[in-house]
Write a protein that binds this ligand. Structure first.
Ligand SMILES: Cc1cc2nc3c(=O)[nH]c(=O)nc-3n(C[C@H](O)[C@H](O)[C@H](O)COP(=O)(O)O)c2cc1C
Length: 374
């Protein structure tokens, strides 16, 4: 009850101030300590105690890694981190669309830069070495004004890989001009190569550090196909689907829906799940070995279940933390455990990607496998 009240209050504040306050409270230990509902999963050599994680953008400077596991997340993705500190776009740059349970942000990779993050990560890893049971992904992006963005990815990988359980290559933020061009085949191959050079030059002992590509939901089918083909041929570990969208549905109710930037939260669910499902089919049809992390509009157990049915091994969220508060992960996990019990699913792995159609997946999430309506 108290957390509901606090969330309600915090939501009255300017979104960027609310976010700062949230990070500050986490740092001070003012957060719930939740019963651990657990749905674990192993993908490759990575063991996730819980399949639900915090998406990039929440902890841009790696400040609260050791706190978010209290909220019952199994992993976090810090960043996006750029080589040099970056102020980002002028404020205001985050907008809450209350009526739509959505957020528009045009932050533009505001962060304190790689060296600050390195200090935080170094400190964290002294207590929790790589391989601890809470996993940390590090999301990499170039500086807006860099004159060699490829090299930015290399420098980041070289400096940060040693702290990471996985790295993710951000080629999909809509707020850094032309970043999404890195999804094109030649660029993508080059970015991946540069990240790999960085990993090899880094101090990590794991030269095969898992690499994820974080892609946009606003992607044409042929580009999705070529991204997946490249990811497979370059031995990428998986894809994160998806970042925020530039699309605006015509039925958005909030006045702020015409603000520029990337839209996340509830209205992103359908679009990001469609792309996830398409990616799952391409991967299955070609027998590729790529794992999928879903992000986009996950706010309850059913939306998380749909993502799993449509191909996700792991699920991330950000926006629903704003709307539902710090109990959201616990609620989703306990709800998912009930859905699994209803459907007699012992191991979540057994239902990853088994349904080809997102509508059908939602039908199952609501009615169960036994009672699914045809
Ligand atoms: C305020 C805000 C900042 C974000 N910053 C980043 C970022 O720095 N890097 C990134 O890869 N994604 C960023 N994202 C996108 C999220 O990681 C996630 O992909 C997206 O919001 C969809 O998930 P959601 O609907 O659960 O929020 C940001 C999202 C929000 C709302």
């Amino acid at each position: 009850m108290i957390w509901k009240f606090i969330t309600f209050f915090v939501r009255k504040l300017d979104p960027e101030i609310a976010h700062k306050l949230t990070l500050q409270s986490l740092k001070l230990g003012l957060h719930p300590r939740l019963k651990q509902n657990v749905i674990s999963i192993k993908i490759g050599d990575l063991i996730f105690k819980n399949l639900l994680g915090i998406a990039a953008g929440f902890d841009k400077n790696a400040e609260v890694i050791n706190k978010v596991h209290f909220l019952n997340f199994g992993f976090t993705e810090v960043g996006t981190i750029t080589p040099m500190p970056q102020y980002g776009n002028p404020k205001p740059r985050i907008f809450r669309l209350e009526k739509d349970k959505a957020i528009i942000n045009r932050n533009g990779f505001n962060n304190l830069g790689m060296l600050e993050a390195k200090k935080k990560l170094e400190r964290y890893r002294k207590s929790f070495p790589v391989g601890s049971d809470f996993l940390v992904g590090i999301n990499l992006g170039p500086n807006k004004d860099s004159n060699d963005r490829f090299n930015d990815y290399k420098v980041l990988a070289e400096n940060l890989s040693v702290f990471a359980d996985y790295v993710s290559i951000n080629v999909s933020s809509p707020n850094t001009p032309n970043l999404r061009d890195f999804q094109k085949k030649e660029n993508l191959e080059k970015v991946i190569k540069f990240v790999k050079y960085g990993i090899i030059a880094s101090k990590t002992l794991n030269k095969k550090l898992p690499i994820f590509l974080k892609i946009a939901p606003d992607i044409h089918y042929h580009t999705l196909n070529s991204v997946i083909e490249t990811a497979n041929s370059q031995k990428i570990f998986g894809l994160i689907i998806s970042n925020t969208t530039l699309d605006r549905e015509s039925n958005l109710k909030s006045k702020k829906s015409s603000e520029l930037g990337g839209l996340s939260g509830k209205p992103l669910f359908k679009k990001s799940t469609d792309i996830l499902s398409k990616a799952n089919k391409i991967i299955k049809n070609n027998n590729y070995k790529l794992f999928l992390i879903a992000a986009g509009g996950v706010s309850d157990s059913k939306t998380a279940y749909v993502k799993i049915l449509c191909g996700a091994h792991l699920v991330q969220l950000y926006s629903s933390l704003t709307f539902e508060g710090p109990l959201v992960a616990n609620k989703i996990l306990s709800g998912m455990l009930k859905l699994m019990k209803r459907d007699n699913i012992k191991n979540i792995f057994d239902i990853v990607g088994v349904i080809d159609n997102p509508k059908e997946a939602m039908n199952i999430a609501i009615n169960g496998f036994k009672n699914r309506r045809d």
